[in-house]
Design a protein around this ligand. Structure first.
Ligand code: GDP
Length: 846
């Protein structure tokens, strides 16, 4: 388009010179042009000779070459006719050219009209956009536009009037363009009334020129950089950026800005985003430099301290390595002020001998409460529940009776129990586990209340219970001691209320308090992998209040509270001290007894969880819980005398897993033992199979199954998977398997005695004893011991057993024989030979 313009302009102006060409996107180009005039042949008299262009004319002009018979006059006439014809031809050509030019101009004009219309539309659009972006400027714009429009209306034949607008800009290119436009404007037959305005805007754009401005509504880089009035299309943000650039330039540039060197604390492992955060650098930059080091990590992955150190140094900061354990410092260890503490319900564990009615009592208390409280309330077994006494006190009962759970919780540092209810059956009195329970309660310094159960039974003898307890230093109130005792019956419900009141009274004495207004801390009572809900843990809140959305770390796991479900199965928003709740939103299954702490950020939670996981791994490795075949072999070599049956246990709930582990540990004796390599909650996975294969262990699934990849892996690797749903079956089977490892017992049977009468020397054989078999038989194949004064001086085998000259297998009592020892010569008359046989006896574990 501009090319055509240029050509036309040149065509009109003629001559040669340079011209600025404008292209789309504001590009311009200076072009040196030379116009070639069309040579028009004007015949001059006498010029015919020199014109010499046509073969005809030269032939006619030259008299020598002229055909014969043509006179000079004739020649003259012909020449004239020829010249006239040529002139007419030239005229014709000129006319055609002019016509052509006119048509071209017409086409051009129409095209320009269409384009200008399109440009107007685009500009209107741009103006609208600008209005949205920048209210004020667009208002000003609108005013200007209005003013201009008014002007334009005043002068409808605006084309020539556009001229003064051109010099508005200092840009010579724009001026040139304006000049060209003026020329075009002059030629333009019809100029739309808005033509001036559009052109003016073109000029304001700095680069506007003819149809090129179709896209003038858009901001070109050139336009953006050129400044001037072209800034119309700039956003506020770009202006700000420019200002900022100027400011930085004035201050000596951003590069010279002083870098803040930070002390960056880095634990053994750190999440990339957290590292970036601590250095106050952009995460993307940190990830980039890690990539440069060849480490493809995302911002959520952890890197070790050595890697972190390189990064910290690269960013010019100082590293401060902190001990791993320090990561736990974020957990609030503040002691609560006494004034912040409020009374909380007591937490009760029921203990006692097996079958004395612990479970029945727990159920009775709960059911009595449920029926009296909310009729039809669904009982939800989450490992603990709360009940109200008639006097209005709230009590929290742990649903896992027995001291095994109690102790394993304590071993993990979760002292959740405030009061122990010792159940003793009135018809059975104190039994071994009763004593164990007493000892556990005493060790934990937890007060006890004795519930003498089964008082409905005819052979119940509560007083026997009381007296027997005396022997174990449990002096009940009836015996003028300070331990409360209540006669109850889980079956009839008798005395249950008294028991609850006794507990409430004990709780009052204990003055149990906790601060509900702080970050929550609690203990896991039960944890399991729920098919639909993922890992679920029942947490007994001990301090503070656990709320939905809280970020926490629990043992080696962490999470964000997605939902809280109470013991009635209701969703709740928060749980205060002594309240048991199911917590959803864990990233893994914690273990019973794990402590839950609420922390402020996910990064902290993850960091602590990872640290704990690593620490636990190290601890296990240190404790010799071999997990690899090498370690196992090394361990086996270290104590060769003990055969081990390694197993892996996966169970549906933590409680079962622990119960199985405890049962397994009890199997065995000095020679053989069961070693639980690993136990956990959830399906049997490929990892389990891998570990089992490495250790040659079977995998026990208790109420869980192997997933498909694990099954395949087990088939391939020949790992045995056994499923159980009854613990006793499992224990029996494992016992049988462990028995297989017992070295068969070697039993010695004495089969005879012989007395040495004489000793001969036989060449080629050595010393031979002439003996009399005094008891039983002497057998060639049997083992022998040489006794001198009832002391065994040699044990070995026989080289020969001869009766007279013949080698025999057996010599019976009362007969004489010759015997020689294998590799032993020191035999004397009067020595006794003991003859015995060994028998292998298979043994069983009991
Ligand atoms: P646990 O092993 O201590 O949990 O004892 P259980 O609660 O399983 O009870 C063992 C047996 O004693 C069950 O058969 C109960 O029915 C029974 N039992 C429990 N409490 C009472 C009671 O108060 N009276 C009577 N007669 N039987 C009871």
């Amino acid at each position: 388009m501009s090319d055509t313009d240029g050509k036309k302009t040149l065509g009109i102006r003629g001559g040669s010179g340079s011209v600025k060409q404008s292209f789309s996107h504001g590009r311009t180009k200076n072009v040196v042009v030379e116009t070639k005039r069309k040579r028009v042949v004007v015949p001059k008299p006498g010029a015919a000779k020199s014109s010499g262009s046509g073969s005809g004319s030269s032939a006619f002009g030259d008299p020598k070459k002229r055909p014969a018979g043509i006179s000079d006059a004739e020649m003259e006439r012909r020449m004239k006719a020829l010249a006239a014809a040529k002139a007419a031809e030239a005229d014709e050509a000129r006319k055609r050219e002019a016509e052509e030019r006119q048509r071209e101009e017409e086409r051009e004009r129409r095209r320009r009209e269409v384009e200008e219309k399109a440009r107007e539309d685009a500009e209107r659009e741009a103006a609208l956009k600008a209005k949205e972006e920048e209210e004020e400027r667009s208002r000003r714009e609108a005013e200007e536009a209005k003013k201009r429009e008014a002007e334009a209306r005043k002068k409808p034949a605006a084309a020539p009037a556009a001229a003064p607008a051109a010099p508005k800009t200092d840009d010579p290119a724009a001026a040139q363009a304006a000049i060209q436009k003026q020329e075009r404007g002059g030629r333009a037959v019809v100029t739309p009334p808005r033509g001036r305005e559009t052109r003016e805007e073109d000029d304001r754009g700095g680069r506007g020129k003819g149809g090129d401005n179709r896209r003038s509504g858009k901001l070109t880089i050139k336009q953006a950089l050129d400044g001037g009035e072209g800034g119309r299309q700039r956003s506020v943000a770009s202006m700000r950026r420019k200002q900022e650039r100027m400011r930085q330039k004035a201050m000596g540039g951003p590069d010279q800005r002083e870098k803040v060197v930070r002390d960056v604390q880095v634990p053994e492992t750190i999440v990339v985003s957290e590292l970036a955060n601590r250095m106050a650098e952009r995460v993307a930059d940190v990830v980039k430099s890690l990539m440069k080091m060849g480490m493809m990590v995302t911002q959520n992955q952890s890197i070790d301290a050595d890697t972190a150190e390189l990064i910290v140094e690269e960013f010019g900061h100082r590293i401060q390595r902190v001990s791993d354990a320090d990561v736990e410092d974020v957990i609030q260890q503040l002691e609560d002020k006494p004034e912040d503490k409020k009374a909380r319900p007591p937490v009760i564990t029921i203990m006692g001998h097996v079958d004395h009615g612990k479970t029945s009592l727990l159920d009775a208390i709960r059911n009595a409460n449920v029926t009296s409280g909310e009729a039809g309330g669904i009982t939800q077994h989450i490992g603990a529940y709360q009940v109200q006494t008639d006097s209005g006190a709230t009590l929290t009962f742990l649903d896992t009776p027995g001291h095994a759970a109690f102790t394993s919780m304590r071993a993990r540092g979760a002292d959740v129990t405030d009061i122990v209810v010792l159940v003793v059956a009135a018809d059975d009195s104190v039994m071994p586990q009763t004593i164990e329970a007493i000892n556990h309660a005493k060790a934990a310094k937890v007060p006890m209340i004795v519930a003498i159960n089964k008082c409905d039974k005819p052979d119940a003898d509560p007083n026997k219970v009381r007296t027997e307890l005396l022997q174990h230093e449990v002096i009940v109130e009836e015996m003028s001691g300070d331990v409360q005792d209540v006669e109850v019956s889980a079956k009839t419900g008798k005395g249950l209320d008294d028991l609850l009141e006794a507990i409430a009274l004990q709780a009052e004495i204990l003055e149990l308090k906790a601060n509900p207004d702080r970050a929550a801390e609690g203990a896991v009572i039960e944890a399991q992998l729920d098919v639909g809900r993922g890992p679920v843990a029942t947490v007994l809140v001990q301090k503070g209040t656990l709320k939905r959305g809280d970020i926490f770390v629990v043992g080696e796991q962490w999470g964000k509270v997605r939902a809280l479900v109470n013991d009635k199965g209701d969703r709740v928003d928060e749980a205060g001290p002594s309240v048991p709740v199911e917590v959803l939103g864990l990233n893994g299954t914690p273990e019973a007894g794990d402590v839950l702490n609420v922390v402020s950020t996910e990064a902290q939670a993850r960091e602590i969880a990872e640290y704990r996981e690593q620490a636990a791994k190290d601890k296990r490795a240190a404790a010799g819980a071999a997990t690899t075949l090498d370690q196992l072999l090394a361990k086996a070599k270290a104590d060769e005398n003990v055969a081990e049956l390694p197993i892996l246990v996966k169970a549906d709930v933590q409680g079962s897993a622990e119960a199985i582990v405890q049962a397994m540990e009890k199997i065995g004796n000095d020679e053989v033992r069961v070693r639980v390599l690993h136990y956990g909650v959830g399906a049997i996975t490929e990892t389990d199979i891998g570990l089992a294969e490495a250790s040659g262990a079977p995998v026990i699934g208790f109420n869980v199954r192997a997933n498909a990849p694990a099954r395949n892996a087990a088939n391939q690797k020949g790992v045995e998977i056994r499923y159980y749903s009854v613990i006793y079956d499992l224990v029996d089977d494992v016992k049988a398997a462990a028995s297989g490892l017992l070295s068969a017992e070697i039993r010695e049977n004495f089969i005879g005695y012989a007395q040495i009468k004489e000793v001969f020397k036989v060449s080629g054989v050595g010393k031979v004893a002439g003996c009399l078999v005094t008891e039983g038989v002497a057998r060639r194949s049997a083992g022998v011991r040489l006794l001198r004064d009832d002391v065994v001086i040699h044990e070995g085998t026989l080289k020969t057993l001869k009766r007279f000259k013949d080698e025999v297998k057996e010599v019976i009592s009362g007969q004489e024989c010759g015997m020689a020892f294998e590799n032993y010569d020191d035999i004397r008359p009067g020595d006794v030979i003991e003859i015995f046989e060994r028998e292998e006896v298979e043994r069983k574990l009991d």
